[in-house]
Design a protein around this ligand. Structure first.
Ligand SMILES: *[C@@H]1O[C@H](CO)[C@@H](O)[C@H](O)[C@H]1NC(C)=O
Ligand SMILES: *[C@@H]1O[C@H](CO)[C@@H](O)[C@H](O)[C@H]1NC(C)=O
Ligand SMILES: *[C@@H]1O[C@H](CO)[C@@H](O)[C@H](O)[C@H]1NC(C)=O
Ligand SMILES: *[C@@H]1O[C@H](CO)[C@@H](O)[C@H](O)[C@H]1NC(C)=O
Ligand SMILES: *[C@@H]1O[C@H](CO)[C@@H](O)[C@H](O)[C@H]1NC(C)=O
Ligand SMILES: *[C@@H]1O[C@H](CO)[C@@H](O)[C@H](O)[C@H]1NC(C)=O
Length: 486
């Protein structure tokens, strides 16, 4: 082609680009060209900030991953990690079910079981304001609680939908794990109450905190039945001071437990390993750093740490790996690698992320002062009211988690169904995964199978990290509204 045709071509191209920019200008600036070390992919990624207060002083960070195929006909899923104060980008996206996971060499590896196979995935950085989220007014962090978080999350969602209007009428699901057992139902409830016309279809919550006493007292029988404590100590837990009481006291006055609870807590600590043991996955090995893990120590049984995904492990050696039952290998050091990756300047630039008020990105917040009394606010009733509003609910449990074990969760879901008069439609039984192995157990309740409980066999607190294949099978069934394979 002769050089004279270059100029007209250039004019046409720039004009077209300008037209496209106008149409897409709202989110074009947030487009991620390419993440450092990222393999070639055919879907788009976006990341950036949405202001959630009128003064534009507080901004929440998001990372949005389009569905890998047929994105325009797939639902939108908003994902929230727990904490309170842990990162949905670092944990949810880069360690659990995002399209890539960082490896020890600092490259990104494709996640074969990424949830963007089934949905457009919107990861909202910690609603409690950590990691890349920020507030220009640091005094905000002194008083964060559930109701502030829920309002901010709603403001975020509404403003994000203005930025990405094509998702306005799309089927929406909200999902999360752990303390997101508060965030997810509370946000869904606000959406319903606000009369917002977003198309909220359902929520999914994994190993959620739903009701303080029942959830924490489930730990007693879990610890005992998984050999983490002796018969003698279990007896003390049942007669002297139970787990919910230990947890309550540890939260409110960590270094001043009542005599009986201090006695039982000490007994538990002396039996249940305090290092090189992952209480979020009792069958898993841990990521070791120079032969010794930082995990555990005296913080093991304290409350604030018990909701945080393991974040203190350091890896210098090659990453140890674990096999998922019947499946692929799991990188046990992925959280370290994610931390290294997200703290790289080039990565932060590629993601349009800023560090404001913190010197480094971290999995869970040291900045936010979350009102711990909010842990005691029950959210199981909120789940009930959502069901009453016609919203589909999946409650699932990685069955190897001792921090929020399936025992309390199963009791709560069953009690909710009974209380609401939701009859069992699928009796308690095993479900099967892509490999025709038992994926876990499930029970379904109510007309149109509105309420489902499911365990994921062999999975941790962060089920999509430890059991990616089974978790994807569960997620795919959930967003499609079809029953698990019996
Ligand atoms: C994408 O959608 C088209 C039309 O609905 C369908 O024929 C095709 O199978 C879909 N592809 C995938 C990968 O889901
Ligand atoms: C900072 O935040 C606090 C708490 O939200 C608020 O009372 C105060 O007015 C804010 N200050 C400014 C300058 O916005
Ligand atoms: C959360 O904080 C706000 C602002 O201080 C307060 O009005 C509200 O009562 C608190 N809510 C809870 C559940 O603690
Ligand atoms: C747990 O301990 C508290 C405080 O002693 C008590 O009120 C509660 O009934 C106990 N719960 C169970 C299930 O034993
Ligand atoms: C510890 O708790 C007891 C009540 O259980 C209280 O009387 C005492 O003042 C507390 N001590 C401190 C140092 O907080
Ligand atoms: C639930 O089952 C009971 C007993 O079989 C039946 O009487 C009742 O009508 C059912 N309720 C609904 C909502 O289907």
């Amino acid at each position: 082609m002769g050089s004279h045709s270059w100029l007209p071509m250039f004019i046409v191209a720039t004009t077209l680009a300008a037209i496209c920019r106008t149409a897409e200008s709202a989110y074009e600036a947030d487009k991620i060209v390419k993440l450092p070390g990222q393999p070639q992919v055919s879907f788009q990624q976006y990341a950036g900030y949405v202001a959630v207060d009128e003064n534009q002083q507080r901004e929440l960070f998001y990372y949005f991953v389009e569905a890998a195929t047929n994105s325009s006909s797939k639902p939108l899923v908003l994902w929230l990690n727990g904490g309170p104060g842990c990162s949905s980008v670092g944990a949810g996206a880069f360690s659990e079910h995002g399209p890539f996971q960082p490896n020890a060499a600092g490259a990104l590896v494709n996640n074969e079981y990424s949830w963007n196979k089934e949905a457009n995935m919107l990861y909202l950085e910690s609603p409690a304001g950590v990691g890349f989220s920020y507030s220009a007014n640091s005094s905000f962090y002194k008083m964060v609680n559930d109701s502030i978080t829920a309002k901010d999350n709603l403001a975020f969602l509404q403003k994000w939908l203005v930025k990405f209007p094509e998702y306005n009428t799309r089927d929406l699901f909200i999902a999360g794990e752990s303390y997101a057992g508060h965030y997810v139902p509370q946000l869904a409830q606000l959406i319903v109450e606000s009369g917002s016309n977003v198309n909220l279809k359902g929520i999914a919550i994994g190993n959620p905190l739903l009701e303080f006493n029942t959830d924490f007292n489930g730990k007693g029988s879990y610890y005992w039945s998984h050999s983490l404590i002796s018969d003698h100590t279990y007896h003390l837990v049942k007669t002297m001071c139970n787990f919910s009481q230990i947890t309550r006291e540890s939260l409110l006055r960590p270094s001043n437990l009542s005599k009986p609870c201090e006695f039982v807590a000490t007994q538990i600590r002396s039996e249940s390993p305090s290092k090189n043991f992952d209480s979020y996955d009792v069958t898993s090995d841990v990521c070791l750093s120079d032969g010794e893990s930082q995990l555990g120590s005296q913080k093991q049984h304290s409350l604030a740490s018990s909701f945080h995904p393991i974040s203190s492990l350091k890896s210098k050696q090659s990453a140890p790996r674990k096999q998922e039952a019947g499946g692929q290998s799991i990188d046990l050091c992925v959280q370290d690698e994610t931390s290294t990756y997200l703290n790289r300047k080039d990565v932060q630039e590629a993601m349009h992320a800023k560090l404001v008020g913190v010197t480094s990105w971290g999995f869970c917040s040291d900045v936010v002062n979350y009102d711990h009394r909010n842990l005691e606010i029950p959210t199981i009733g909120v789940v009930g009211s959502l069901l009453g509003s016609g919203i589909r609910v999946l409650v699932y449990s990685g069955d190897q988690d001792s921090v929020l074990p399936f025992i309390g969760t199963r009791i709560l879901v069953n009690r909710l169904a009974t209380g609401m008069g939701l009859n069992t439609t699928v009796p308690y039984k095993a479900w099967f995964d892509f490999d025709k192995q038992v994926g876990g157990w499930t029970q379904v309740y109510g007309k149109n199978n509105k309420l489902s409980f499911a365990t994921i066999r062999g999975a941790s607190h962060m089920a999509p990290f430890s059991s990616p294949k089974r978790s994807l099978a569960l997620f795919a069934a959930f967003v499609a509204g079809r029953p698990l394979t019996a």
